[in-house]
Design a protein around this ligand. Sequence first.
Ligand code: 87F
Length: 485
Amino acid sequence: GLGLTHRKADNFGEWYSEVVVNAEMIEYYDISGCYILRPWSMAIWEIMQEFFDPEIKKMKIKNCYFPLFVSPGVLQKEKDHVEGFAPEVAWVTKSGESELEIPIAIRPTSETVMYPYYSKWIRGHRDLPLKLNQWCNVVRWEFSNPTPFIRSREFLWQEGHTAFATKEEADAEVLDILELYRRIYEEYLAVPVIKGKKSELEKFAGGLYTTSVEAFIPNTGRGIQGATSHCLGQNFAKMFEINFENDKGEKAMVWQNSWAYSTRTIGVMVMVHGDDKGLVLPPKVASVQVIVIPVPYKDANTQGIYDACSATVNALSEAGIRAESDFRDNYSPGWKYSHWEMKGVPLRIEIGPKDLANKQVRAVRRDNGAKIDIASADLAVEIQKLLDNIQQNLFDVAKQKRDECIQVIHTWDEFVQALNQRKMILAPWCDEEEVEADVKARTKGEMGASKTLCSPFDQPELPEGIKCFASGKPATKWTYWGRSY
Ligand SMILES: O=C1CCCN[C@@H]1CCCn1cnc2ccccc2c1=O
């Protein structure tokens, strides 16, 4: 039959895998950790891109494309951060029958691909700021449990790489990009996120500081990094000699940022909004926002019903609503209801003889199942209102559920208890790296250790004398902790 065999609350992992396949988003591939992105998910990626790309163009960031392949010399150049990642680097060692003289790496990220050329192109302050972005795939041969969209060996992303004359410009851009990532999650995917700064232990080791938008999956009680915007400082400028003659004629190193969001965004949306009928798409990212289904009854004016369906699709399309009809005569209306619910289409319109007679349609919401009769005369306006309401409702419900998972604690015992209750924990912390490492060690288990997710920019009041929950030392900031993906 059509339904799911696993319930979201009972077996989240199996439920998720089934939803992404039954909603025709993903097809599993014969290489582990690799997945086929079918049109139903590619359309979501494209809709987000249609928002983000014009936004970065407004910021005078230009798209480019660098090679997929990295020569070993430059990849190792960035030793301190690469060594941690080295096991994930995939290598080309042969072409046809013959071994390559020197193996070539496949990009896991493009700093080392791009920055030798930044060094060549940046000479004087007039060459700054240099702001490039690329939409591409990257490969990281990870071994921990692969999950469609969330953790795959190849994924699509955009990676921005910018260079400035001053730290102030870099700092400002880091936050401008982070706001775009918040908008992708909260305005398009209807997923609440928290903006904050990563700890020294969790940040990108090659950079100066890392900011991120953090999401949370209530069903697993795990945080997930939604997107990241790093200030690299002058670390890569030093390594790749990216200098310029500043307006005082002195030789100075550039200040750089790098930032990315990936197809992981789609997986987070599925996990947050999906239910036991399948995918639930926020209208803003739904390639089909309204599916119109004829409900003929015996010989009662069947042609009239089909004509009304076509007229409905046309009226909605003219109003800029993405509407389609399902006229397949080899499936029953009931089968179609389940099929399009599984695919997460936000609104279904049914047109039967009664609707025809009353010059109305019956709309059914995917988010809460409500049935609404709408006069055909007011169709486009009322349907758009419904879609806007669904978008807002999905966000509000997700935010309420996420907020219920947040637990403020002050002591170690409260921390452990909240962790076992699968909470997203807000705790006062002394901000000492070894204390974080110690918490990781003390919370190791088959569920994975707890780590910092981010220190929110929006800091609650920290009264004098509050102690760090883990070390007992004076706390200096509130930080979110939890298990994570
Ligand atoms: O996040 C971003 C945003 C986009 C540009 N890159 C930065 C940092 C990537 C960090 N990273 C992540 N996995 C890796 C895997 C293998 C080699 C190197 C790396 C690596 O540098």
